[in-house]
Ligand binder design. Structure first.
Ligand code: SF4
Length: 463
């Protein structure tokens, strides 16, 4: 039975709204950032950073035991065990480097390990990084310690080690439980092992257990998706992120292993999307932002209802007032209106750290217009609403004047009952919440060369 508040878009509307768009983990999106000659600009930002603003630390581990065919992450197959030791050595130096630039000791509200497969590190490697973090920063007692895991490669011993050492948010990549789909994506992960892994995690007092699901994968059918979703609901994770598979074999060599003819056609992909959101809502999950679902009591759902959700490169977060300092190859920092991304390949990353340089490969300093638009876009994506007076006051503008062309461009979306533009707010309707990226697009000043050229842009589809 449908919950009374449940609403689903029609397939026609989904088809109409399916366009290429940034995922807005940042604004401006990464393709418009500039190449960086050195880490000097980032060093300057860190040197001026106020310790009143707590930090989120992100650690990227770009190794996996095997590379899945569908993977879109920055990672490589681990060939030798010593590779992680070499990598951790550079990360340790990078922590010291960044920590020494900050004018005072900073507080840490959240630490997130992603990749790749971060659990591939040896226990002593984890401990040495955490020790270095505590030498350079003050970690809150209640800090959120999150890690992405793969139950097939993270042993019981390893997950117990992580949980014993304070990790309190565990994310599991599930994608799909069907063995045929798993075989086609090169990731065999039995339902039994995932269930056992969840049971083990639940023995500890974790704040939340998250699943990632992907629709649009090769071999997926509605029947298989029904089965996967039933198993997911039965395992009852606190949060579920639902992603659309972006098939980009010209950019990702590993995706060339996917048989194109086994991919769901657009029609089936839309049905898979609709089925997923319907089943999750029926199971009592609340839709959060553009692609997350959470149990109503989960802090993400509470933050969504209280309009204090934020978005960063790790997804949605309740840590609204933190800046992100990131470590490791390809890692992305977001500090005081300045974004930067580290070298993507390990060799130049090691080289620059060895030379005592922050390994920034590309970056972007936000101008006044970028900051205003970032606030509006993030408010839409995180909370579904822009409170005009709040934005006007914060940036000393009149929102209706400043965004006059954009508000006019919302009119056709308002006619489809996706958004409401009244004197006090721009707000996504219940139906519009399925298409937050489409609403955000209206306020993006870089699209179509409006403000500057996009370099090598290949955005994923909104559905
Ligand atoms: S485990 Fe995750 S990061 Fe590693 S190859 Fe598979 S999808 Fe990519």
């Amino acid at each position: 039975m449908k919950p009374s508040t449940m609403i689903l878009p029609s397939k026609e509307l989904v088809r109409e709204m399916d366009v290429a768009a940034p995922r807005y983990t940042s604004y401006p999106a990464i393709p418009v950032w500039h190449p960086a000659e050195s880490g000097a600009a980032y060093a300057d930002v860190l040197q001026r950073h106020s310790s009143d603003i707590p930090l989120t630390l992100y650690f990227h581990v770009p190794f996996c035991p095997v590379i899945c065919h569908y993977c879109g992450c920055n990672t490589a197959k681990l060939e030798r065990e010593e590779q992680t030791a070499e990598y951790v050595e550079s990360v340790l130096r990078e922590i010291q480097l960044a920590g020494s630039l900050l004018p005072e000791r900073h507080r840490i509200a959240q630490i997130h390990w992603g990749g790749g497969t971060p659990s591939i590190l040896q226990d002593d490697e984890f401990l040495s990084v955490m020790r270095r973090v505590r030498e350079s920063f003050d970690v809150y007692d209640q800090a959120e310690l999150a890690i992405e895991t793969n139950p097939m490669t993270c042993s019981d011993k390893k997950i117990r080690f992580l949980l014993d050492n304070g990790f309190n948010r565990i994310s599991i990549g599930v994608q799909d439980f069907d063995p045929e789909v798993q075989q086609k994506i090169g990731r065999c992960q039995t339902h039994e092992r995932t269930a056992e892994f969840c049971r083990l995690v639940r023995e500890y007092d974790v704040r939340s257990l998250n699943f990632d699901l992907v629709y649009g994968l090769p071999g997926q059918t509605l029947k298989k998706a029904e089965d996967t979703l039933a198993k997911v609901v039965d395992l009852a994770p606190d949060r579920i992120a639902v992603y659309s598979f972006a098939f980009l074999p010209t950019l990702r060599d590993n995706q060339k292993k996917i048989d194109k003819t086994s991919l769901p056609d657009t029609d089936l992909k839309f049905d898979l999307y609709l089925l997923t959101i319907e089943r999750l809502q029926q199971a009592g999950y609340e839709m959060i932002g553009m692609d997350h679902y959470a149990k109503p009591e989960d802090e993400l759902a509470v933050a969504w209802r209280e309009r204090r959700l934020r978005r960063n490169f790790m997804g949605y977060t309740t840590k609204a007032e933190t800046d992100v300092v990131a470590f490791g190859a390809t890692a992305i920092s977001d500090v005081s209106g300045y974004y930067c991304q580290n070298e993507k390949d390990n060799a130049p990353y090691y080289e620059r750290i060895k030379n005592g340089d922050l390994p920034v490969q590309r970056h972007m300093s936000l101008d006044a217009d970028d900051q205003i638009r970032r606030k509006v876009i993030m408010d839409l994506l995180c909370n579904g609403v822009v409170v005009k007076q709040e934005v006007s006051k914060r940036f000393s503008i009149d929102v209706d004047d400043y965004f006059s062309p954009e508000l006019a461009r919302l009119t056709p979306l308002a006619a489809k009952d996706l958004v409401r533009n009244d004197p006090s707010v721009v707000e996504a309707t219940i139906l519009g919440r399925f298409f937050l990226r489409n609403l955000a697009l209206v306020f993006d000043n870089y699209l179509d060369g409006r403000k500057g050229p996009q370099r090598g842009t290949t955005f994923s589809r909104t559905v």
